[in-house]
Design a protein. Structure first.
Lengths: 793, 413
């Protein structure tokens, strides 16, 4: 880690201070010690000198034994610091000494006593010569030489030790100072480095590693450094916060700007900003879409040039109108004067676009400072309006045509009724065969013409949308029964059965358009009869599963099945188109306008249902459609004294019908009234059944016989039965043939009742009840015809 | 109680150890502190050997009144401080009955106050190997019994002889300590008696070895043009001095005193002479305090030589370091032999039950005694030095031979 200059300076200063202090203190101590040592050695020398001097008295004066003196001198000469000892007698003669090889000349001549002086002896060194007199100098004197080198050595040793100690202390101090300085400067360095880092950062806040986290250890300190670090952290925190706010604001601003720019640049309208000189300072890129010009090209140009020369004046006028007149100083400026003008503008390819130019004066808005012009291409809109007008005109024409058709049809129909009525009347008069034939032909042709007219009328109504659905409560079973009865004559003429049934779950009373429903049903059944040579045309009404239609409503599914020629698969959709039949040739063979199914399907769709067909060539077809109706209540369609089936309860009935469908339908009906039916398919079987019943001792209280049966017809059978039963049972004839003739034969045979097929349940019940009561009658002879709608042929 | 368990056995052993053999009935311990190591070790070793020759013989003959004499030696290296310490150990630890054969003046003079200190226990020093004056005069003289003549007698004799042949300019080369000062003082006094003064003096430090140069001292003395030089030192330094004098081409007569240990001096000079092919033994006069061991007509010398050869005493093995070549006969060992004879006579006089407090009386009551020398020796209350004879010798054919008085005139000036 590179040390900072501050750190080095602090450290060097400390080292220098400590070093200087150490050296100075060592020198001072050594100087003091030098004095002390000097004094110490001097006093030591004096002590030795005086001791020897005192002890020498006896040796010199009494014993005059130099050896003893020498022994003593030797003893003291061993003392540390003593360089030499010399004992002289009063004559100066040396009596003992410690010199090798001889006493130096400097000392041999000395006579002074009681002095202390520094003495240099060549070849020996410097000594501190301390002399002491022996017996006041009367006997001699003693010289003790304290070695200066020892004193110096002591001095220097002391200096060395002091220096060493001082150096060690200084070293310790330096180390301590280093640590202290580092403790101070290192956080400062870190702070500095950190500040530098922060300064170099583009973004202060880093979600992964907060910048200020590095300062945490320093900031934990309680000293000034810690406070500094804390302050620094707070500063960074504040900066970060401010920067975050700034960044956020900047971002929102940018987002907002981008949003508005995006809005402006992505609307199809062209936005222009005009300055005071009328030049565009901004042109949105949609100019390319509008006029196929680059927006950039038109910056700083007069956009008026894009306008058709004839319309430029209008535009300039609009522009001038939205500019306020010069406002006096100090008054409130007028903001947002606006104007709008429709002009033609020139595309790059020279074509024209019609443009709505909206001008808005935003010159006082500091953000805009100009007039904002919005150009909206209204060419297409204009064109659409034109188209709409054309369509409306066409529709009106169509309506008038339909009206005309209706009027015409009506006008045609009135004379047609006259023709029919008069032909009817004429036929009632006495005519010869030829006349009758002509009139018959006239009548049937008129009827055919009327049917065609009705179809055309209906279709035109439907096309014109003038057909409205009525809603009223009605009894669905009555409706189906009436419709079937209406078609019965044609079916029976071709020898076709018309079985029909309505499921029990279908409500008794529903609310809907009974007339339209009947119309559709009649159309389909009529078609069935038309395209079926033999067999039957059956109708089944079921209720679609609950929930298909919604609350309080139910969807009824009608199935009209025939055993006719069938329809090829590829034609199955075509047949619902107007004026189309399965085969062009068929049209000729079977006749018809080809409008029936188209009308039927339109009606079904009007009633919220759908129509379809399932068919196989030569095997028959099943037409089906649905109708949405509301469930009604019994009270809605009051019926006077609805007969109760109670009187039939527990009776046994024999149903004779070669048509299995009819037999099944009758059996179902009878069971619903509490009757126990047995169905047989012909006269012989019926007779056998009666025989078997007789054999068991049972009786059939009710016998229903179909008039038209192979092998043995109903009347023959009825004759045989009445012969056997002798009026014991109630016999009801069901016939699909001419009613008047049938009824007459029944009366002849003494039968209880006579009903025309298809039999409505109410009619059958009434007939059965009447027969049981003993009154034979033709209860169901009423042939309520539909109102005015003709159908089929 | 005990911090160290090992202390107990040690303590028990110490308690069980017999008391110092001072009071042992069958022996007399004689304590000796001398130089057995260092430059002057030849003196201590030879003195010890001579003494052992007689003690061994006495012990061989049954001892003194049945008591064997045991000579306990300690080394002081010719230094005063160990000598003092040794003395305390000899008296207190070794149970020395008396002290004997101390070598050297600086050592012995330092021990003297101790003897005074143990005055009540009657510690006496017999026959120290020094001629220093404090052992003969002064406050401590009463505690010492000497055999040999004093340095003053030796130096006085030398001065007398030199002056007699006209060599009046006498210089002194001496060891700068009590010993050297003692000899120096002797020369000074002898010259003073003749009205003369020494012409020059030079010193050397005790412990100087033969290998060291003493040329400065030679130069100092030569500058004073002396007629003769009297050396008061140890053999190593004196041999070195003689070598440097002769190497300087100076043939001045050099005299050494008895302490020098003549045979040791001779060994060094002859060995050096062989290396340099020079004769360093000419003009070399050594004064002795015992007769020459060549004088086999003397009964003492005969006995000495016989017993030296018979017992071949070895120096105390524990004290001698390195190799030491034993000297068959020497003035030093002869002195030690004679010292031992004197001490044994004193011990005999103490009777069967020797007591220290009777020692002084026994020694002082010894009177004249014939040790087989030319003169009888004698001790008495006023005479604590048994002999006064000084013998002069020169080297001839590698041996010290007696120098008759008549032969001095060969150096007449």
């Amino acid at each position: 880690m590179k040390r900072s200059r501050l750190f080095l300076r602090v450290l060097l200063t400390l080292v220098a201070l400590f070093g200087a202090a150490t050296v100075l203190s060592a020198l001072l101590a050594a100087w003091l010690l030098s004095d002390t040592l000097h004094a110490q050695y001097r006093s030591k020398g004096e002590a030795i000198a005086h001791t020897i001097a005192n002890a020498s008295v006896d040796h010199l004066l009494l014993a005059r034994d130099a050896a003893s003196l020498q022994a003593m001198v030797d003893l003291y000469a061993e003392t540390e610091g003593v360089g030499y000892i010399l004992v002289q007698d009063r004559d100066g003669e040396v009596m003992a000494h410690t010199f090798v090889p001889e006493v130096p000349a400097e000392l041999r001549q000395r006579r002074k006593a009681g002095s202390v002086e520094s003495l240099r002896i060549p070849g020996e060194g410097v000594y501190l010569d301390v002399s002491a007199p022996i017996l006041e100098g009367e006997i001699g004197r003693v010289h003790v030489g304290m070695r200066q080198d020892v004193i110096d050595a002591g001095y220097w040793r002391s200096v060395r030790r002091q220096s060493l100690a001082g150096g060690l202390i200084g070293l310790a101090a330096v180390v301590a100072a280093y640590l202290l300085a580092r403790r101070i400067t290192r956080p400062l360095e870190q702070l500095t480095a950190h500040a530098r880092k922060v300064a170099s950062l583009e973004k202060l806040y880093e979600p992964t590693s907060p910048v200020s986290a590095e300062l945490a250890p320093i900031a934990e300190r309680t000293d000034e450094i810690g406070q500094l670090a804390q302050a620094f952290r707070h500063m960074i925190g504040a900066l970060t916060e401010r920067e975050m706010c700034l960044t956020w604001a900047e971002q929102s601003l940018r987002l907002s700007e981008r949003k508005f720019r995006s809005l402006i640049e992505n609307v199809s309208d062209v936005v222009l900003l005009l300055n005071d000189k009328g030049e565009a300072t901004y042109v949105s890129p949609s100019l390319r879409d509008l006029l196929d010009f680059s927006a950039k090209e038109w910056i700083d140009r007069d956009p008026t040039l894009l306008i058709h020369p004839d319309d430029r004046a209008a535009f300039r006028e609009a522009l001038a109108s939205c500019l306020p007149v010069e406002v006096p100083e100090g008054s409130t400026s007028i903001v947002g004067e606006s104007a709008s003008v429709e002009v033609r503008m020139l595309r790059a390819d020279g074509s024209l676009r019609i443009v709505d130019a909206a001008l808005c004066n935003l010159r006082s808005d500091l953000a805009v400072k100009g007039v904002v012009v919005t150009l909206r291409d209204i060419t297409d809109r204009k064109r659409t309006v034109e188209l709409q007008q054309a369509r409306d005109a066409a529709e009106e024409a169509s309506r008038l045509k339909s009206q005309f058709l209706t009027n015409i049809s009506h006008e045609i129909r009135t004379p047609m009724h006259h023709i029919l009525g008069l032909t009817e009347l004429a036929l009632g008069t006495n005519l010869d065969e030829e006349q009758r034939d002509y009139l018959e032909t006239t009548k049937s042709s008129a009827e055919g013409l009327l049917t065609i007219l009705n179809d055309i009328l209906d279709f035109s109504r439907i096309e014109a949308g003038r057909l409205e659905i009525e809603t009223a409560p009605f009894r669905i079973r009555d409706l189906v029964g009436d419709a079937m009865k209406l078609m019965a004559a044609r079916a029976h003429a071709k020898g076709l059965e018309l079985p029909w049934e309505v499921s029990e779950d279908v409500p008794e009373v529903v609310v809907g358009d009974a007339n339209r429903l009947r119309r559709v049903l009649l159309n389909l059944v009529g078609n069935g009869i038309k395209f079926t040579a033999r067999g039957e045309v059956g109708v089944v009404v079921r209720r679609e599963p609950a929930g298909t239609a919604g609350a309080g409503r139910c969807a009824l599914r009608f199935l009209v099945r025939d055993t006719g020629i069938g329809i090829a698969a590829e034609k199955q959709q075509m047949i619902f188109e107007p004026f189309v039949q399965a085969d062009g040739t068929l049209t000729r063979k079977y006749g018809g306008t080809g409008l029936g199914l188209a009308i039927a399907r339109s009606l079904v769709e009007l009633m919220g249902g759908k129509m379809g067909v399932q068919s196989k060539l030569d095997e028959g077809s099943v037409f089906h459609f649905t109708a949405i109706v509301e469930e009604g209540s019994e009270q809605d369609v009051p019926r006077e004294a609805a007969p109760s089936p109670e009187g039939l309860q527990g009776l046994r009935a024999l149903v004779v019908d070669d048509n299995a469908t009819n037999g099944r339908i009758l059996a179902t009906l009878l069971r619903s009234w509490g009757v126990e039916p047995v169905v047989v398919d012909g006269g012989p079987a019926a007779l056998r059944a009666l025989d078997e019943a007789d054999a068991r001792g049972e009786k059939y209280q009710l016998i229903l016989v179909d008039a038209q049966m192979p092998e043995m017809d109903g009347y023959t059978l009825a004759g045989k039965i009445t012969a056997r039963l002798e009026g014991a049972g109630t016999l009801v004839m069901l016939s699909s043939a001419d009613r008047a003739a049938g009824a007459a034969r029944c009366r002849e045979l003494g039968l209880s009742g006579y009903l025309t097929k298809p039999v409505k349940p109410a009619e059958l019940l009434a007939a059965l009840l009447a027969a049981r009561a003993g009154t034979a009658g033709s209860a169901g002879s009423a042939g309520r015809r539909g109102r005015d709608e003709g159908y089929g042929k | 109680v005990s911090r160290c368990p090992a202390a107990w056995p040690v303590a028990l052993v110490l308690l069980a150890w017999p008391a110092p053999p001072a009071g042992a009935a069958d022996e007399i311990v004689i304590g000796m502190s001398a130089a057995f190591r260092g430059p002057s070790r030849g003196l201590g070793i030879e003195l010890y050997r001579g003494a052992r020759a007689w003690f061994d013989e006495v012990n061989r003959q049954g001892g003194v009144h049945g008591r064997k004499i045991r000579l306990v030696a300690r080394d002081d290296g010719y230094d005063p401080a160990p000598a003092v310490a040794n003395t305390l150990k000899l008296v207190n630890d070794d149970g020395a009955f008396l002290l004997f054969g101390y070598v050297g003046t600086p050592t012995t003079t330092r021990v003297l106050p101790l003897l005074e200190r143990y005055k009540d226990e009657s510690i006496y020093l017999f026959c120290p190997f020094t001629g220093a004056e404090p052992l003969r005069k002064g406050p401590y003289a009463g505690r010492v019994f000497n055999l040999r003549a004093s340095y003053r007698e030796e130096t006085g004799g030398l001065v007398k002889h030199f002056v007699a042949i006209g060599r009046k300019r006498i210089a002194v080369f001496y060891q700068i300590d009590a010993y050297g000062r003692s000899g120096w003082d002797g020369v000074r006094i002898a010259l003073g008696e003749k009205g003369l003064k020494m012409v020059g003096e030079a010193t050397y430090r005790r412990g100087t070895r033969f290998a060291q140069s003493l040329k400065p001292q030679v130069e100092i003395l030569r500058a004073t043009s002396p007629d003769a030089i009297i050396c008061v030192g140890s053999y190593a330094a004196c041999a070195a001095f003689a070598r440097d004098v002769r190497d300087a081409g100076w043939d001045v007569p050099i005299a050494n005193v008895s302490f020098v240990g003549s045979e040791n001096l001779l060994v060094l000079l002859e060995r050096h002479g062989k290396q340099t092919s020079r004769d360093y033994t000419a003009n070399l006069i050594n004064s002795q305090v015992v007769p020459s061991y060549q004088r086999t007509k003397l009964p003492a010398v005969t006995l000495y030589r016989a017993l030296m050869d018979k017992h071949r005493p070895e120096p105390p093995a524990e004290l001698v370091e390195g190799t030491y070549q034993l000297v068959r006969y020497s003035f030093t060992s002869l002195e030690g032999f004679l010292d031992a004879r004197l001490v044994v006579e004193v011990l005999r006089k103490l009777g069967k039950d020797p007591r220290r407090d009777q020692l002084r009386a026994a020694a002082e009551g010894l009177g004249e005694l014939d040790l087989g020398l030319e003169q009888r020796v004698a001790l008495g209350p006023a005479r604590h030095q048994a002999m006064n004879e000084v013998y002069y010798t020169v080297v001839e054919k590698g041996e010290f031979v007696p120098l008759p008085d008549a032969d001095w005139k060969r150096w007449r000036k």
